[in-house]
Design a protein around this ligand. Structure first.
Ligand code: BGP
Length: 483
């Protein structure tokens, strides 16, 4: 493998609601993620509007990063991380979303996290909103449906920009903003509350509301970007797209067309708006066909044009196959599944494993946008076994990562300007789709189970040593079997 750029940002990624815990500590308000129960691969998570005590709410404790951050960051540093992608919990800074002044203790926590990262020269890559909205924004304002929330977000973002002007250079306004194309994200991302919805994975849906909420999020992002650039011209702002790489299941022209249209609509609409500054024609047409009335005035169009991002980031877990023809076998996946692809294997959670799809995606997005690209999520969720001697042997994770890094390297050789790679869930964390702990992504094992029971002690997995070696070599070495 050819080495990556000298300043390549090797690192890992997490999100506040999946690692921090301490959900009411030091003045934090309740977030939407705090009312969603644990589920499993086969039983859906419940949105518990009354917050019944018999349920377990995994985000409330998560892996207690709030009290372990020094130890965790020291472990990231031991692996040689150059960057750490994390998110700020909005409700830690503005507990109700609309408070007059920010919660100083919340700001102090992140100040401490950033100074700990600085100690080890780890560059923070900060997501401003990663499925972690104060619940009050949902109950009081109807979430992102309400244009007043644009100003609440901008105030929150501006508070972060001013407070952490020196500490943070890389910002991501929203995690996987295009998830809003899927009903699953109405509550978690959009804070759209419908009390008739019980199951997180089966939300009562109104596409018109969801797309307008998304529109407001993109306006808020553009406003924040423009303000941020004035505060510090060295800030970088990245779109963050959940890229569901799609293949036609057959070469029937109808299948090829279906995939092209879905790729444009679901994968490219938001990045087009956030990097090119206007809605693409194909999305406007699709909104019209779906009967969506987009509330976007001339002033807001100008805001979108002025607040464009400057780098492209995306999550990549798998590809899916689609067809207009009947196929019975299905697979699962991040946000959505597809038809089984006979050329691919799958994870325990039935997500297809497709390293070549990562190279394909990198080529596609770089060709389309011609801005630096960062992979901000990639990884495999598996059950791990903690042995009596404190070891975790996870060759399956090493295989997944190795194969993806090899393809990523080929994409760089193809000419893609790739600036960083953040392995998702570099420390075990709560799964979004199932709420489980046993769906583990980390290089670091955390001893806590699906019901929050355990010592919360950290253990290094075999993949910890492997990733350390990869970072040191600035790529996967020829013989990567040595510790
Ligand atoms: C992405 C989210 C992450 C993360 C990941 C893995 O969509 O941005 O927060 O959770 O998916 O998904 P899961 O947790 O369901 O395994």
């Amino acid at each position: 493998m050819k080495p990556f750029k000298d300043d390549f940002l090797w690192g890992g990624a997490t999100a506040a609601n999946q690692v921090e815990g301490a959900y009411l500590e030091d003045g934090k308000g309740i977030s939407v993620s705090d009312i969603i129960t644990v589920g499993s691969h086969t039983s859906p998570r419940i949105i518990s509007w009354e917050q019944e005590e018999e349920y377990y709410y995994p985000s409330r404790n998560a892996v207690d990063f709030y009290h372990h951050y020094k130890e965790d960051i020291a472990l990231f540093a031991e692996m040689g991380f150059k960057a750490y992608r994390m998110s700020v919990s909005w409700a830690r800074i503005f507990p109700n979303g609309d408070d007059d002044t920010p919660n100083e203790k919340g700001l102090l926590f992140y100040k401490d996290v950033f100074s700990e990262l600085k100690k080890y020269n780890i560059e923070p890559v900060v997501t401003i909103s990663h499925s972690d909205i104060p619940l009050a924004i949902g109950t009081k304002y109807d979430g992102w449906l309400n244009k007043k929330v644009i100003d609440l977000y901008v105030k929150y973002a501006e508070t972060l920009f001013r407070t952490f002007k020196e500490e943070v250079r890389y910002w991501i306004p929203f995690n996987e903003i295009n998830d809003m194309f899927f009903p699953l994200s109405a509550l978690g991302q959009g804070a759209i509350i419908d009390k008739e919805t019980k199951y997180f994975t089966n939300q009562k849906d109104d596409v018109n509301k969801r797309i307008n909420a998304l529109n407001n999020m993109m306006i808020a992002s553009a406003k924040a970007v423009a303000i941020g650039r004035k505060i510090n011209p060295d800030f970088h702002f990245g779109t963050m797209i959940c890229h569901i790489t799609r293949y036609p299941r057959t070469c029937h022209p109808d299948d090829v067309l279906l995939v092209l249209k879905n790729d444009l609509y679901f994968n490219d609409t938001c990045a087009d708006v956030m990097l090119k500054g206007e809605y693409p024609f194909y999305a406007l047409k699709e909104f019209e066909r779906k009967g969506i009335q987009l509330e976007l005035n001339e002033e807001e169009k100008r805001i979108l044009e002025e607040g464009v991002c400057d780098y492209y980031t995306f999550s990549y877990y798998q590809s899916i196959s689609e067809s207009t023809l009947e196929f019975k076998d299905e697979t699962s996946g991040n946000i959505m599944g597809g038809i089984k692809n006979p050329y691919l294997t799958e994870t325990q959670w039935n997500w297809p494993i497709d390293p070549v799809g990562l190279r394909y995606t990198l080529l596609k997005v770089y060709d389309r946008y011609r801005v630096p690209v960062m992979i901000t999520e990639n990884g495999i969720g598996c059950t791990d076994e903690l042995e009596a001697d404190g070891c975790v042997h996870d060759p399956y994770r090493i295989d997944y990562l190795r194969n993806h890094l090899i393809e990523m390297n080929k994409a760089v050789d193809d000419g893609v300007d790739l600036i960083g790679y953040m392995a998702w869930g570099c420390i075990d964390l709560v799964s979004v789709s199932t709420g489980e702990m046993k769906k583990r992504y980390g290089f670091i094992y955390v001893d806590v189970d699906d019901n929050g029971k355990g010592t919360f002690k950290r253990y290094k997995k075999d993949s910890f040593y492997w990733y350390k070696m990869v970072i040191k070599a600035n790529g996967v070495p020829e013989d990567d079997t040595q510790k």
